[in-house]
Write a protein of this length. Structure first.
Lengths: 173, 494
């Protein structure tokens, strides 16, 4: 996912830079505005239509990939393992530190003091999924780990002085 | 200038308005430079080259965020007030009062963080402000400081609303509805900046209302009147306030683009159907995207998540068809007078759109699940802000100080402006790459694997700093003249 996002973003950035560069070089010459204003009107009409269509498609295509429990359960199957997670300033408590691979896990995430962020980092250092840990609420996060190894939990919601120290680990085997 | 509108200012009042708004912009610029220095410190820390310790890092982070948002907003409010005052008739006394209130509020924020040790981040997400390891007096100072800044902003909004309604004869006219619905009217119509200011004022009042709903229970809790309140509700109010406020800043800045570009291209922004449509859409659309801050709060009702994704996608569309296509059309083939303001606007379009596309990606719920609270988020709003909201505002400031033929067109000013664009560009690209590497935001300590990208960012930040110091030096000499003499024509009118 992250690689895809990066590619889309940087390809767009290159294109956009090129467009601006071209406009900048053409800004120094004189072209009567009558000719340009017709192009501007067309760009407004068709460019807007194009953008609306692309955004609408992206919106629809993204819907099956919602991270919420019902959506994840539909893709991964119902949870087979339940892990209770509690966040407090500044430590994580997990009901178990070993998780079987290939099974759907349900993390039941709570916080006792302030908001924390339950972020799971894969062995390669990338975030695989996350959910907020909120006082007074219980959030359920479903995920299936297919790669074995040591996963790192990092707090992803600012919780003051010890925020960056809220790190824990679990093993997938 | 279009026909005299109802209640324009007298010449003397207008001069006083120009002095007040110059002070808004210069103080905002000074705050921006100082807060930028704090930003450099944080990136040096991320690079592993200095060690501030977590307490100071988080205080600095809180002050940098709050100070930047407040400083840039102050400058934009000043700039827009200066552009719209002649026809809308803002009173100098009101502008000076708002400035003093704003200044006192900012002073409290600085004391609360640097002396009091308040470090809950600029968003001060409940219940952190009342659960931190700093004295409660620091929380009082910080939140009262915010309250004063919000009051000053509210004063500005209310003054603009009343002024616009009076000048154009009703809210509908002030919102250019005759243009929108093709109705004939005897009344003069608002210009782009006047319309933008009215829209910002309307949403500004709503945002401040949400801010009050957020702050009052916290004050009540600190006074011992209540034990606590719902964190999810608090977060909704917080971001309805904070996200909206920050977004409104860009519309103020866009108004300043309208007011600046004409002087260098010879082509004036015109009030027409697309502009009227875009800004009327924005009134509603700008209130929706804030839900994207809560995607990972799984207990929030899911339709609100989808509204957030819809709003995050939709809010960019009016900007595309009016400001982006419009400005590029005005630049193309205009034999533009290359100068610091033009380069800032061109770079501003680059970064503003880059930040916008990054926001659309991150505003997608499925993607947000792996990007939320990584450095991708500051990467997005730094592009958007540093280039857009701030960059456009500095374009107008330099234009105000330099005219369309003064120091801003000298080779030194142009080179420094390009240097700024490169410095700011490298800085935000490194931020984006850090986000793709899953580096968390708001971490006082970074593991070794995260250092290289921060190290890459540092030279670009230095470049940015050098560019701004040079521009500051060039512009300082123009300040006395700008204080005494009336400003060059804004170039915004039809
Ligand atoms: C001038 C160059 C700038 C530099 C070098 C800089 C640097 C930084 C850094 C390193 C962070 C911390 C990122 C993290 O670890 O989460 C940060 C956060 C932030 N910056 Fe900047 N920044 C700059 C300009 C701006 C501008 C123009 C704004 C405009 C409003 C701004 C607003 C913020 C905000 C709101 C935060 C978040 C603070 C928080 O998380 O509480 N910065 N900046
Ligand atoms: Cu935490
Ligand atoms: Cu945390």
């Amino acid at each position: 996912m992250l690689v895809g996002v990066g590619v889309v973003f940087f390809v767009f950035l290159l294109l956009w830079t090129a467009i601006l560069w071209w406009v900048a070089t053409r800004a120094s010459v004189l072209v009567p505005y009558e000719g340009i204003s017709a192009v501007v009107t067309r760009l407004r009409r068709w460019g807007t239509l194009l953008i609306v269509v692309v955004l609408a498609l992206a919106f629809l295509l993204s819907l099956p990939f919602l991270p919420y429990p019902s959506s994840r359960a539909a893709r991964l199957g119902p949870p087979q393992v339940t892990v209770e997670v509690t966040g407090r300033m500044w430590a994580w408590e997990l009901s178990q530190k070993t998780i079987p691979r290939g099974q759907t896990v349900e993390f039941v995430v709570r916080a006792v003091d302030v908001n924390h962020g339950f972020g799971i980092y894969a062995p390669d250092g990338r975030i695989v999924t996350q959910v907020q840990a909120m006082p007074g609420y219980t959030n359920r996060l479903l995920y299936r780990f297919d790669e074995p190894g040591t996963y790192t939990i990092r707090c992803l919601e600012f919780c003051a002085t010890g925020h960056h120290l809220m790190v824990a680990e679990f093993t997938v085997q | 200038m279009a026909g005299q509108v109802g209640n324009g200012n007298s010449a003397q009042a207008q001069r006083s308005v120009e002095q007040a708004t110059l002070v808004y912009m210069l103080v905002g610029f000074a705050v921006f430079l100082l807060m930028g220095l704090l930003g450099l410190l944080m990136r040096l820390q991320h690079a592993g080259w200095i060690d501030l310790g977590p307490r100071w890092f988080y205080r600095i982070m809180t002050l940098h965020g709050a100070g930047m948002v407040a400083g840039v907003l102050l400058a934009s409010l000043g700039g827009v007030a200066r552009v719209i005052a002649p026809r809308i008739g803002l009173s100098p006394r009101l502008l000076w009062t708002a400035f003093v209130v704003y200044f006192l509020g900012s002073g409290l924020v600085i004391l609360a963080t640097l002396v009091g040790g308040f470090a809950a981040g600029w968003t001060t997400t409940y219940p952190l402000p009342v659960r931190g390891d700093w004295p409660m007096s620091a929380t009082w100072g910080f939140l009262l400081g915010y309250t004063l800044v919000a009051v000053a902003f509210l004063l500005w909004c209310v003054a603009v609303l009343f002024g616009a309604v009076r000048a154009f004869g009703g809210l509908g006219n002030a919102l250019a509805w005759p243009v929108l619905f093709g109705r004939k009217t005897e009344r003069p119509l608002p210009t782009g900046p006047e319309l933008a200011a009215t829209v910002v004022a309307i949403d500004g009042v709503i945002a401040v209302g949400a801010g009050v709903v957020y702050l009052v229970p916290i004050f009540a809790q600190m006074l011992g009147l209540v034990d606590g309140f719902d964190v999810l509700f608090a977060k909704n109010m917080l971001f309805l306030f904070g996200h909206t406020l920050v977004n409104l800043n860009i519309y103020l800045a866009v108004a300043l683009v309208y007011a600046t570009l004409g002087a260098y291209t010879g082509r004036m922004f015109k009030m027409g159907f697309p502009v009227a449509l875009a800004f009327n859409l924005v009134i509603i659309l700008v209130l929706l995207p804030y839900f994207h801050h809560l995607y990972q709060d799984f207990v929030q009702p899911w339709p609100l998540h989808l509204i957030g994704q819809f709003g995050s996608y939709a809010v960019g569309v009016p900007a595309f068809f009016v400001t982006i296509v419009g400005s590029l059309g005005y630049l193309y083939g205009s034999q533009v007078r290359w100068s610091a303001p033009v380069i800032f606007i061109l770079a501003g379009l680059w970064g503003w759109v880059a930040g916008g596309v990054a926001a659309v990606l991150d505003g997608t719920i499925a993607i947000n699940n792996v990007m939320h609270n990584t450095l991708w988020v500051p990467a997005h709003f730094h592009s958007y802000y540093l280039f857009g909201a701030a960059g456009f505002t500095w374009a107008y400031l330099f234009h105000t100080l330099g005219g369309s033929e003064g120091w801003v067109t000298t080779p030194a000013a142009r080179w420094l402006s390009w240097l700024y664009a490169i410095g700011a560009g490298g800085f935000v690209v490194a931020f984006f790459l850090s986000g793709l590497q899953s580096v968390p935001r708001r971490y006082a300590e970074h593991i070794a694997a995260w250092h290289p990208l921060a190290q890459l960012a540092v030279p670009f930040v230095l470049l940015l700093g050098i560019a701004f110091l040079g521009l500051l030096f060039l512009s300082l000499r123009a300040i006395p003249a700008a204080w005494r003499a009336p400003a060059p024509a804004a170039g915004s009118d039809d």
